[in-house]
Write a protein that binds this ligand. Structure first.
Ligand code: COA
Ligand code: AMP
Length: 630
């Protein structure tokens, strides 16, 4: 499991010695239309920008150049749908032809450089085709995860103001068909901004009625279009906006640029995952998340790898052997997934009986992210697979890993529970609340010394001040990750959880603040608190405590069911909000601050540390009793 001599220390030291030179060297992997004036401009945007003056096209780098280099017949994207029970392989030549035509279809609807296109799609190749087509035109895509409700989609449409929306008739979840069109129509009706047109992919499982004058059939538009050439854009132009949970109900529009993104992702494929052109990489995530953007679509294609796109679940489609079947069938070399997927498999097949039915000889390593991988799960996977298991830590804002283990450099010793060491490009520190670095092994606020490396978000969409406030204000000279953790004497990083009200449910980033806003909107609710309680499979699960308004005499179970339905309706099924409990009062400090950490400890069955400033200690006993009742 342990490679004796990792080249990581030398590589990291080389970056540290001269970051611009290191990144200029890395940038040789990208085909530029025009070279940069300087590698980094510290005066642009909230903290600077990478490769100003350079021009390129990200789609050209993902597709055209590989076809020109003779890789046209190599599979670029292999779509395996456990939901439809079929596999579709798109070679680089086929994918290029389809993307060029779909770019033509978008252009025919008036989409140009800088226009936004919202993509609300299930896990089908057309989602990647739509993303790459936007990149080809220099348009800015904003993919919205299919598990969000209409109101969340509406908020993103309102902020991004897309010219066109690309969607599908339905998504397929185990046991149910998710009709996308009604959600899309509701979202457009809710949003103050209306797109000029929608392109709808009709799937066999459900036919959507198209709205005359606004909706067009995806396939017909693609077939009728003329292929569009790649449009050269500035390295600093946005490639996409990806909305992610912030600390309020309003999602943050994380912006990704073209040049730095291409350089960072191209570099990461070899450096972190140890993969090169022609090799099979499977990221079992969704294109609606950053992991899907970076490691289903852009990074593997930038490198000329084959990317596997999976529509299905780790369990139930049809069983807990689904991942092992996919690895064996497609000869996957490296798998990247979320720990929650492993826990779901472990729960159903703890001894790996289903795994034993498949030939996993192609698999060389398992990478995990999205949440911390708990040591028992990491050890279970390592024991079962007999392969390196690498936890690596990152976030939507960074776009690629902050810390990792490096197949490309030779892995260093496996420490279950650690997220590895900082990738070249990241100067990571653990700081106390005053911004002073803490000693090795001591938990602090994990923060990155500026500037952030290429590929990280340069700003929030239309909101430089919001970016400064959210990430740069607390610790001057640093980017605040929002995670707490420590760096041990070997340099290994231990990420222990968020310092804000973001929770991670089944590897999905959610805001408890957003859920509280929904609960507070219920006419019977006086006040509420939502915390992330420990969950054996999903890592965390939201738990809502509500105090009803004086005089409300209703069946508590009925109110709780209404609250669960309300969160599903306003935020979506992905919130997985299933538990609302009515209490007489919430534990608060005398200044009125709700003691969420205390509630969380109670929910996790721990004895909470009760602050001396608590207003009414009896609130603790009451919550403990209500929780014990369930
Ligand atoms: N479209 C519509 N609905 C979706 C959806 C999508 N794309 N994705 C999830 N949902 C729904 C689910 O069907 C479920 O609905 P239900 O309440 O009717 O059952 C709900 O959202 C909650 O989903 P989830 O929390 O994912 O629970 P689950 O029980 O369906 O599956 C796991 C549990 C662990 C198998 C699953 O969460 C998983 O595979 N997680 C991996 C996460 C991941 O890849 N994250 C990316 C970061 S790397
Ligand atoms: P997202 O932006 O959805 O990718 O979520 C990012 C957040 O998920 C991080 O800020 C962490 O809180 C958490 N996270 C992601 N990967 C890891 C990891 N490997 N270890 C610990 N936490 C992680």
């Amino acid at each position: 499991m342990t490679a004796p001599a990792s080249r990581y220390p030398t590589a990291y030291a080389a970056w540290r010695r001269d970051p611009p030179a290191w990144w200029a060297d890395a940038a040789q992997g990208i085909t530029w239309d025009r070279p940069w004036d300087r590698v980094f401009d510290p005066d642009a945007g909230p903290y600077g920008s990478w490769f100003p003056g350079a021009r390129l096209n990200t789609c050209f780098n993902c597709l055209d150049r590989h076809v020109a280099a003779g890789r046209g017949a190599q599979p670029a994207l292999v779509w395996d749908s456990a939901m439809e029970g079929r596999v579709e392989t798109l070679t680089y030549a086929t994918l290029l032809a389809r993307v060029a035509k779909f770019a033509g279809a978008l252009a025919a609807l008036g989409v140009q450089v800088g226009d936004r296109v919202v993509i609300y799609m299930p896990m089908v190749p057309e989602a990647a085709i739509a993303m790459l087509a936007c990149a080809r035109l220099g348009a800015i895509h904003s993919v919205v995860f299919g598990g969000f409700a209409a109101a969340e989609l509406a908020a993103r449409i309102a902020d991004a103001r897309p010219k066109v929306i690309v969607s599908a008739s339905c998504g397929l979840e185990p046991g149910r068909t998710v009709a996308y069109k009604p959600l899309l129509d509701t979202a457009i009706a809710l949003s103050p901004h209306r797109p000029d047109a929608c392109l709808i992919l009709q799937r066999a499982a459900l036919h959507a009625e198209l709205t005359p004058g606004r909706d067009h059939d995806f396939r017909a538009a693609e077939a009728a279009a003329a292929p569009h050439p790649p449009v050269s854009v500035a390295a600093t132009d946005p490639l996409y906006i990806l909305y992610t949970s912030g600390t309020t109900g309003r999602p943050k529009g994380v912006v990704r640029d073209n040049g730095g993104h291409a350089v960072a992702l191209w570099t990461s494929m070899a450096m972190i995952y140890g993969l090169d052109a022609g090799e099979m990489f499977w990221t079992a995530s969704d294109v609606g998340w950053v992991v899907g953007h970076s490691y289903i679509v852009y990074a593997p294609l930038l490198r000329g790898c084959t990317s596997l796109m999976y529509e299905g679940k780790p369990v139930g489609t049809p069983d807990a052997g689904a991942f092992w079947r996919v690895i064996a069938q497609h000869k996957v070399k490296v798998l990247f997934t979320a720990p929650t997927a492993l826990r779901a498999i472990k729960q159903r097949d703890p001894d790996g009986a289903l795994l034993a039915r498949h030939d996993l000889s192609s698999l060389q390593a398992l990478y995990l992210a999205g949440e911390r991988c708990d040591p028992p799960t990491a050890l279970w996977a390592a024991g079962l697979l007999g392969r390196p298991v690498v936890d690596h830590w990152w976030q939507t804002e960074t776009g690629w890993p902050i810390t990792a283990g490096f197949r490309g450099y030779g892995l260093f010793p496996f420490k279950p529970g650690s997220g590895g060491r900082p990738c070249p490009g990241y100067d990571l520190h653990a700081l106390d609340d005053a911004g002073t670095p803490v000693a090795a092994g001591v938990t602090g606020n994990l923060a990155l010394r500026l500037p952030l490396p290429p590929g990280c978000a340069p700003t929030l969409w239309g909101d430089d001040p919001g970016y400064r406030r959210a990430y740069l204000a607390d610790f001057p000279g640093y980017y605040r990750t929002g995670d707490a953790g420590s760096i041990d004497a070997d340099g290994d990083v231990w990420v222990m959880g968020r310092t804000d009200d973001i929770i991670n449910v089944a590897g999905h980033r959610l805001s408890t603040g957003a859920m509280e806003e929904v609960l507070a909107a219920h006419p019977d609710v006086a006040e509420c608190a939502v915390v992330g309680a420990a969950d054996p499979v999903k890592g965390q699960a939201p738990l809502g405590l509500v105090v009803l308004k004086a005089g409300v005499v209703r069946d508590e179970a009925v109110v709780a069911a209404e609250l669960v339905a309300l969160v599903r309706e306003r935020i979506g099924p992905v919130a997985a909000f299933r538990d609302a409990l009515v209490v007489q009062r919430l534990p608060k400090t005398r200044s009125g601050k709700i003691l969420r950490a205390t509630i969380r400890a109670l929910a996790d069955g721990q004895t909470p540390v009760v602050p001396a400033t608590i207003e009414d200690p009896a609130a603790i006993d009451e919550i403990a009793t209500v929780l014990a009742r369930g």
